[in-house]
Write a protein that binds this ligand. Sequence first.
Ligand SMILES: *Cc1c(COP(=O)(O)O)cnc(C)c1O
Length: 395
Amino acid sequence: MKEVFTGSFTQQEPIPETAIDAALAVMRSGRLHRYNTVPGEAGEVALLEQEFAAWTGARYCLAVASGGYAIATALRALGVGPGDRVLTNAFTLAPVPGAIASVGAVPVFVGVTEGLTIDLDDLAAKADQADVLLLSHMRGHICDMDALMAICDALGLKVIEDCAHTMGAFWGDVPSGRHGIAACYSTQTYKHMNSGEGGLLISDDADVMARAVMLSGSYMLFDRHLAGPPPEAFADLKYQTPNISGRMDNLRAAILRPQLRDIETQVARWNTRYRVVEDGLRDTPGLTLIHRPQQEAFVGSSIQFLLLDWSANRIADLLAACAARGVELKWFGGAEPSGFTSRYDSWRYAPSAPMPDTDRILRAIIDMRLPLTFSEADCALIARIIRDEVLALTA
Ligand SMILES: *Cc1c(COP(=O)(O)O)cnc(C)c1O
Protein backbone atom coordinates (compact mmCIF):
# COMPACT_ATOMS: atom_id res chain seq x y z
CA MET A 1 0.00 0.00 0.00
CA LYS A 2 1.36 3.37 -0.99
CA GLU A 3 1.44 5.99 1.74
CA VAL A 4 -0.87 9.00 1.21
CA PHE A 5 -0.78 12.42 2.84
CA THR A 6 -4.19 13.83 3.77
CA GLY A 7 -3.32 17.30 5.16
CA SER A 8 -3.96 20.66 3.48
CA PHE A 9 -1.16 22.74 1.96
CA THR A 10 -3.22 25.91 2.28
CA GLN A 11 -4.42 25.57 5.88
CA GLN A 12 -2.68 28.00 8.21
CA GLU A 13 -2.90 27.96 11.99
CA PRO A 14 -5.79 29.76 13.68
CA ILE A 15 -5.29 33.35 14.80
CA PRO A 16 -4.02 33.23 18.43
CA GLU A 17 -6.66 33.78 21.12
CA THR A 18 -4.83 36.87 22.40
CA ALA A 19 -5.11 38.35 18.89
CA ILE A 20 -8.79 37.47 18.68
CA ASP A 21 -9.38 39.22 22.02
CA ALA A 22 -7.50 42.29 20.78
CA ALA A 23 -9.57 42.30 17.58
CA LEU A 24 -12.80 42.05 19.56
CA ALA A 25 -11.73 45.01 21.70
CA VAL A 26 -11.14 47.12 18.57
CA MET A 27 -14.52 46.12 17.17
CA ARG A 28 -16.24 46.91 20.46
CA SER A 29 -14.64 50.36 20.39
CA GLY A 30 -15.88 51.03 16.86
CA ARG A 31 -12.59 52.83 16.17
CA LEU A 32 -11.23 50.81 13.25
CA HIS A 33 -9.66 53.66 11.27
CA ARG A 34 -6.07 54.25 12.33
CA TYR A 35 -6.60 57.97 12.96
CA ASN A 36 -9.87 57.46 14.90
CA THR A 37 -8.38 57.62 18.38
CA VAL A 38 -9.47 59.18 21.67
CA PRO A 39 -7.16 61.55 23.61
CA GLY A 40 -4.24 59.64 25.05
CA GLU A 41 -4.81 56.61 22.82
CA ALA A 42 -2.06 55.62 20.35
CA GLY A 43 -4.09 53.19 18.25
CA GLU A 44 -3.19 49.64 17.25
CA VAL A 45 -1.61 50.62 13.91
CA ALA A 46 0.76 53.16 15.42
CA LEU A 47 1.75 50.66 18.11
CA LEU A 48 2.34 47.91 15.54
CA GLU A 49 4.58 50.28 13.56
CA GLN A 50 6.55 51.13 16.68
CA GLU A 51 6.96 47.46 17.62
CA PHE A 52 7.90 46.36 14.09
CA ALA A 53 10.48 49.16 13.82
CA ALA A 54 11.98 48.10 17.14
CA TRP A 55 12.06 44.44 16.13
CA THR A 56 13.81 45.07 12.80
CA GLY A 57 15.99 47.86 14.16
CA ALA A 58 14.64 50.32 11.59
CA ARG A 59 14.20 53.98 12.47
CA TYR A 60 10.79 54.24 10.79
CA CYS A 61 7.90 51.93 9.94
CA LEU A 62 4.61 52.37 8.09
CA ALA A 63 1.80 49.81 8.06
CA VAL A 64 -0.26 49.64 4.87
CA ALA A 65 -2.95 47.67 3.06
CA SER A 66 -0.77 45.05 1.36
CA GLY A 67 2.79 44.03 0.58
CA GLY A 68 2.32 45.06 -3.03
CA TYR A 69 1.10 48.47 -1.91
CA ALA A 70 4.19 48.81 0.34
CA ILE A 71 6.45 48.10 -2.66
CA ALA A 72 4.65 50.53 -4.96
CA THR A 73 4.79 53.17 -2.22
CA ALA A 74 8.52 52.64 -1.70
CA LEU A 75 9.08 53.01 -5.46
CA ARG A 76 7.01 56.23 -5.60
CA ALA A 77 8.75 57.58 -2.51
CA LEU A 78 12.09 57.08 -4.27
CA GLY A 79 10.77 59.07 -7.19
CA VAL A 80 10.27 56.18 -9.61
CA GLY A 81 7.70 57.21 -12.19
CA PRO A 82 6.32 56.59 -15.68
CA GLY A 83 8.86 55.23 -18.15
CA ASP A 84 11.59 54.62 -15.55
CA ARG A 85 13.20 51.22 -15.58
CA VAL A 86 13.51 49.19 -12.37
CA LEU A 87 15.74 46.15 -12.01
CA THR A 88 14.13 43.15 -10.35
CA ASN A 89 14.37 39.37 -10.07
CA ALA A 90 13.23 37.16 -12.94
CA PHE A 91 12.32 34.59 -10.27
CA THR A 92 9.64 36.23 -8.17
CA LEU A 93 5.88 36.48 -7.84
CA ALA A 94 3.52 38.63 -9.86
CA PRO A 95 2.99 41.41 -7.25
CA VAL A 96 6.65 42.44 -7.69
CA PRO A 97 6.64 43.36 -11.41
CA GLY A 98 3.04 44.44 -10.79
CA ALA A 99 4.13 47.05 -8.25
CA ILE A 100 6.65 48.40 -10.76
CA ALA A 101 4.00 48.56 -13.47
CA SER A 102 1.58 50.26 -11.07
CA VAL A 103 3.77 53.38 -11.00
CA GLY A 104 4.11 53.32 -14.79
CA ALA A 105 7.66 52.01 -14.64
CA VAL A 106 9.12 49.09 -16.57
CA PRO A 107 10.68 45.99 -14.97
CA VAL A 108 14.10 44.86 -16.20
CA PHE A 109 14.49 41.24 -15.16
CA VAL A 110 17.74 39.94 -13.70
CA GLY A 111 18.54 36.23 -13.87
CA VAL A 112 18.45 33.61 -11.14
CA THR A 113 21.21 31.25 -9.95
CA GLU A 114 20.97 27.61 -8.89
CA GLY A 115 20.85 28.94 -5.33
CA LEU A 116 17.58 30.65 -6.36
CA THR A 117 19.04 34.09 -5.71
CA ILE A 118 19.67 37.00 -8.03
CA ASP A 119 22.55 36.50 -10.47
CA LEU A 120 25.07 39.16 -9.43
CA ASP A 121 26.95 39.08 -12.75
CA ASP A 122 23.74 39.67 -14.66
CA LEU A 123 22.88 42.43 -12.19
CA ALA A 124 26.21 44.16 -12.75
CA ALA A 125 25.75 43.83 -16.51
CA LYS A 126 22.30 45.45 -16.43
CA ALA A 127 22.90 47.98 -13.66
CA ASP A 128 23.36 50.93 -16.00
CA GLN A 129 19.75 50.59 -17.17
CA ALA A 130 18.14 51.76 -13.90
CA ASP A 131 18.58 53.72 -10.67
CA VAL A 132 16.65 51.31 -8.48
CA LEU A 133 16.84 47.57 -7.79
CA LEU A 134 13.71 46.00 -6.35
CA LEU A 135 15.35 42.94 -4.79
CA SER A 136 12.95 40.10 -4.13
CA HIS A 137 14.14 37.57 -1.54
CA MET A 138 11.95 35.10 -3.36
CA ARG A 139 10.92 32.05 -1.33
CA GLY A 140 13.25 33.24 1.40
CA HIS A 141 16.51 32.75 -0.51
CA ILE A 142 18.94 35.53 0.36
CA CYS A 143 21.84 36.32 -1.97
CA ASP A 144 25.27 37.34 -0.70
CA MET A 145 24.05 40.70 0.60
CA ASP A 146 27.55 42.05 1.17
CA ALA A 147 28.48 41.37 -2.45
CA LEU A 148 25.15 42.72 -3.70
CA MET A 149 25.41 45.95 -1.71
CA ALA A 150 29.01 46.44 -2.85
CA ILE A 151 27.83 46.22 -6.49
CA CYS A 152 24.84 48.50 -5.89
CA ASP A 153 26.81 51.08 -3.90
CA ALA A 154 29.57 51.16 -6.51
CA LEU A 155 27.08 51.63 -9.34
CA GLY A 156 24.76 54.02 -7.50
CA LEU A 157 21.77 51.67 -7.44
CA LYS A 158 19.24 52.20 -4.68
CA VAL A 159 17.91 48.94 -3.24
CA ILE A 160 14.36 48.26 -2.11
CA GLU A 161 14.03 44.85 -0.49
CA ASP A 162 10.95 42.70 -0.97
CA CYS A 163 10.93 40.71 2.27
CA ALA A 164 7.58 38.98 1.77
CA HIS A 165 9.33 35.64 2.44
CA THR A 166 12.13 36.80 4.75
CA MET A 167 10.31 38.37 7.69
CA GLY A 168 12.39 37.02 10.59
CA ALA A 169 15.41 36.04 8.44
CA PHE A 170 18.98 37.36 8.61
CA TRP A 171 22.07 37.67 6.45
CA GLY A 172 24.89 37.30 8.97
CA ASP A 173 23.67 39.26 11.92
CA VAL A 174 21.72 41.83 9.88
CA PRO A 175 17.95 41.29 9.70
CA SER A 176 16.59 40.84 6.18
CA GLY A 177 15.31 44.24 5.11
CA ARG A 178 18.10 46.25 6.74
CA HIS A 179 20.53 46.44 3.80
CA GLY A 180 18.60 48.57 1.33
CA ILE A 181 17.11 52.04 1.59
CA ALA A 182 13.68 50.55 2.31
CA ALA A 183 12.12 47.12 2.80
CA CYS A 184 8.61 45.80 2.32
CA TYR A 185 6.82 42.95 4.08
CA SER A 186 3.45 41.31 3.55
CA THR A 187 1.06 40.09 6.23
CA GLN A 188 -1.19 38.33 3.75
CA THR A 189 -2.42 34.92 4.97
CA TYR A 190 0.36 32.83 3.39
CA LYS A 191 3.25 34.88 4.80
CA HIS A 192 4.87 34.87 8.25
CA MET A 193 2.15 36.83 10.04
CA ASN A 194 -1.49 36.60 9.02
CA SER A 195 -3.94 39.49 8.87
CA GLY A 196 -5.61 38.34 5.66
CA GLU A 197 -4.09 41.27 3.79
CA GLY A 198 -1.56 43.82 4.97
CA GLY A 199 1.91 45.24 4.47
CA LEU A 200 4.76 46.92 6.33
CA LEU A 201 7.39 49.30 5.03
CA ILE A 202 10.57 50.14 6.94
CA SER A 203 13.35 52.65 6.28
CA ASP A 204 15.94 54.76 8.08
CA ASP A 205 15.52 57.56 5.53
CA ALA A 206 13.35 60.39 6.87
CA ASP A 207 12.59 61.84 3.45
CA VAL A 208 11.58 58.50 1.91
CA MET A 209 9.42 57.64 4.90
CA ALA A 210 7.75 61.06 5.07
CA ARG A 211 6.77 60.67 1.41
CA ALA A 212 5.52 57.14 2.08
CA VAL A 213 3.42 58.28 5.04
CA MET A 214 1.82 61.06 2.96
CA LEU A 215 1.29 58.73 0.00
CA SER A 216 -0.41 56.11 2.20
CA GLY A 217 -3.14 58.59 3.10
CA SER A 218 -2.10 60.27 6.34
CA TYR A 219 -3.84 63.57 5.50
CA MET A 220 -2.18 66.08 7.85
CA LEU A 221 -2.26 63.61 10.74
CA PHE A 222 1.32 62.37 10.27
CA ASP A 223 2.20 63.47 13.79
CA ARG A 224 0.07 60.59 15.10
CA HIS A 225 2.67 58.11 13.83
CA LEU A 226 4.82 56.75 16.63
CA ALA A 227 7.38 55.32 14.19
CA GLY A 228 7.35 58.12 11.60
CA PRO A 229 9.86 60.86 10.84
CA PRO A 230 9.74 64.16 12.78
CA PRO A 231 7.33 66.93 11.63
CA GLU A 232 10.14 68.88 9.90
CA ALA A 233 10.46 66.02 7.38
CA PHE A 234 6.94 66.87 6.17
CA ALA A 235 7.42 70.63 5.85
CA ASP A 236 7.41 70.76 2.04
CA LEU A 237 6.32 67.24 1.26
CA LYS A 238 2.89 67.72 2.74
CA TYR A 239 2.04 70.13 -0.09
CA GLN A 240 3.63 68.04 -2.81
CA THR A 241 2.74 64.45 -2.12
CA PRO A 242 -0.48 62.96 -3.45
CA ASN A 243 -2.70 60.86 -1.20
CA ILE A 244 -3.02 57.35 -2.60
CA SER A 245 -4.93 55.76 0.25
CA GLY A 246 -3.65 52.38 1.36
CA ARG A 247 -3.65 52.59 5.15
CA MET A 248 -3.75 49.65 7.49
CA ASP A 249 -6.70 49.57 9.91
CA ASN A 250 -6.69 48.97 13.67
CA LEU A 251 -8.39 45.59 13.35
CA ARG A 252 -5.57 44.06 11.32
CA ALA A 253 -2.92 45.70 13.44
CA ALA A 254 -4.57 44.29 16.57
CA ILE A 255 -4.37 40.80 15.07
CA LEU A 256 -0.72 41.28 14.09
CA ARG A 257 0.75 42.64 17.33
CA PRO A 258 0.41 39.36 19.28
CA GLN A 259 1.74 37.44 16.25
CA LEU A 260 4.83 39.64 16.17
CA ARG A 261 5.52 38.76 19.80
CA ASP A 262 5.52 35.05 18.81
CA ILE A 263 7.37 35.25 15.54
CA GLU A 264 10.70 33.86 16.67
CA THR A 265 8.99 30.74 18.01
CA GLN A 266 7.18 30.37 14.69
CA VAL A 267 10.41 30.76 12.73
CA ALA A 268 11.99 27.94 14.74
CA ARG A 269 8.93 25.74 14.10
CA TRP A 270 9.11 26.41 10.33
CA ASN A 271 12.79 25.59 10.25
CA THR A 272 12.29 22.31 12.09
CA ARG A 273 9.78 21.28 9.42
CA TYR A 274 12.05 22.47 6.62
CA ARG A 275 14.97 20.40 7.91
CA VAL A 276 12.80 17.28 8.14
CA VAL A 277 11.74 17.59 4.49
CA GLU A 278 15.26 18.52 3.40
CA ASP A 279 16.76 15.51 5.22
CA GLY A 280 14.12 13.24 3.70
CA LEU A 281 14.97 14.41 0.18
CA ARG A 282 18.75 14.39 0.53
CA ASP A 283 20.66 12.25 -1.98
CA THR A 284 17.67 11.56 -4.18
CA PRO A 285 19.07 10.99 -7.68
CA GLY A 286 17.78 13.55 -10.18
CA LEU A 287 16.68 15.95 -7.45
CA THR A 288 18.87 18.91 -6.46
CA LEU A 289 18.40 20.52 -3.05
CA ILE A 290 19.05 24.23 -2.75
CA HIS A 291 22.31 25.06 -0.99
CA ARG A 292 21.70 27.39 1.98
CA PRO A 293 24.77 29.53 2.74
CA GLN A 294 26.00 29.62 6.30
CA GLN A 295 25.38 33.38 6.67
CA GLU A 296 21.76 32.93 5.68
CA ALA A 297 19.42 32.46 8.65
CA PHE A 298 16.30 31.74 6.65
CA VAL A 299 12.66 31.07 7.48
CA GLY A 300 11.65 27.68 6.08
CA SER A 301 8.00 28.47 5.42
CA SER A 302 8.36 26.78 2.03
CA ILE A 303 10.91 24.51 0.38
CA GLN A 304 12.19 24.33 -3.18
CA PHE A 305 14.22 21.78 -5.11
CA LEU A 306 15.38 21.51 -8.71
CA LEU A 307 14.68 18.85 -11.30
CA LEU A 308 17.41 20.03 -13.64
CA ASP A 309 17.02 19.11 -17.28
CA TRP A 310 13.89 17.00 -16.72
CA SER A 311 11.47 17.16 -19.63
CA ALA A 312 8.20 19.01 -19.12
CA ASN A 313 6.34 15.73 -19.47
CA ARG A 314 8.35 13.97 -16.81
CA ILE A 315 7.85 16.89 -14.42
CA ALA A 316 4.12 16.83 -15.12
CA ASP A 317 4.10 13.08 -14.39
CA LEU A 318 5.85 13.66 -11.06
CA LEU A 319 3.43 16.39 -10.06
CA ALA A 320 0.48 14.16 -10.94
CA ALA A 321 1.93 11.16 -9.08
CA CYS A 322 2.60 13.26 -5.96
CA ALA A 323 -0.83 14.91 -6.18
CA ALA A 324 -2.46 11.48 -6.32
CA ARG A 325 -0.80 10.80 -2.97
CA GLY A 326 -1.90 14.12 -1.47
CA VAL A 327 1.33 16.09 -2.01
CA GLU A 328 0.77 19.39 -3.78
CA LEU A 329 3.88 20.56 -5.61
CA LYS A 330 4.03 23.79 -7.60
CA TRP A 331 6.07 24.13 -10.74
CA PHE A 332 7.50 27.52 -11.65
CA GLY A 333 8.52 26.36 -15.08
CA GLY A 334 5.10 25.77 -16.58
CA ALA A 335 4.61 27.56 -19.91
CA GLU A 336 1.17 28.72 -18.74
CA PRO A 337 0.89 30.74 -15.51
CA SER A 338 -1.25 28.88 -12.98
CA GLY A 339 -2.28 29.36 -9.33
CA PHE A 340 0.29 31.58 -7.61
CA THR A 341 3.09 30.73 -10.02
CA SER A 342 4.04 32.52 -13.20
CA ARG A 343 7.23 33.19 -15.09
CA TYR A 344 8.86 36.44 -16.18
CA ASP A 345 7.99 35.71 -19.80
CA SER A 346 4.30 35.38 -18.91
CA TRP A 347 4.22 39.00 -17.67
CA ARG A 348 3.69 40.24 -21.21
CA TYR A 349 3.22 43.87 -20.14
CA ALA A 350 6.96 43.81 -19.40
CA PRO A 351 8.80 42.51 -22.46
CA SER A 352 12.12 40.84 -21.78
CA ALA A 353 14.94 39.27 -23.73
CA PRO A 354 15.16 35.50 -23.20
CA MET A 355 17.65 34.38 -20.53
CA PRO A 356 18.62 30.78 -21.35
CA ASP A 357 20.53 30.03 -18.12
CA THR A 358 17.70 31.44 -16.04
CA ASP A 359 15.10 29.58 -18.10
CA ARG A 360 16.87 26.29 -17.44
CA ILE A 361 16.63 26.93 -13.70
CA LEU A 362 13.06 28.23 -13.74
CA ARG A 363 11.99 25.13 -15.68
CA ALA A 364 13.48 23.03 -12.89
CA ILE A 365 12.04 24.76 -9.80
CA ILE A 366 9.57 22.77 -7.73
CA ASP A 367 8.05 24.58 -4.80
CA MET A 368 6.12 23.42 -1.78
CA ARG A 369 4.59 25.29 1.14
CA LEU A 370 5.22 24.12 4.68
CA PRO A 371 2.34 25.44 6.78
CA LEU A 372 2.74 25.18 10.54
CA THR A 373 -0.35 22.97 10.63
CA PHE A 374 1.95 20.16 9.36
CA SER A 375 3.54 18.01 12.06
CA GLU A 376 7.13 16.82 11.76
CA ALA A 377 5.73 13.36 11.00
CA ASP A 378 3.69 14.91 8.17
CA CYS A 379 6.86 16.49 6.78
CA ALA A 380 8.74 13.17 6.92
CA LEU A 381 5.84 11.45 5.12
CA ILE A 382 5.71 14.14 2.43
CA ALA A 383 9.44 13.76 1.81
CA ARG A 384 9.09 9.95 1.55
CA ILE A 385 6.31 10.35 -1.02
CA ILE A 386 8.29 12.78 -3.17
CA ARG A 387 11.41 10.66 -2.95
CA ASP A 388 9.49 7.51 -3.89
CA GLU A 389 7.92 9.12 -6.92
CA VAL A 390 11.17 10.72 -8.09
CA LEU A 391 12.90 7.34 -7.81
CA ALA A 392 10.05 5.66 -9.70
CA LEU A 393 10.43 8.16 -12.55
CA THR A 394 14.23 8.08 -12.72
CA ALA A 395 14.61 4.30 -12.31
C1 LIG B 1 3.02 37.98 -1.35
C2 LIG B 1 4.16 38.62 -2.02
C3 LIG B 1 4.24 40.00 -2.21
C4 LIG B 1 3.16 40.99 -1.96
O1 LIG B 1 2.26 40.69 -1.06
P1 LIG B 1 0.72 41.11 -1.06
O2 LIG B 1 0.55 41.46 0.39
O3 LIG B 1 -0.03 39.90 -1.48
O4 LIG B 1 0.52 42.28 -1.95
C5 LIG B 1 5.41 40.51 -2.76
N1 LIG B 1 6.41 39.72 -3.11
C6 LIG B 1 6.37 38.38 -2.97
C7 LIG B 1 7.55 37.57 -3.40
C8 LIG B 1 5.23 37.80 -2.43
O5 LIG B 1 5.18 36.47 -2.30
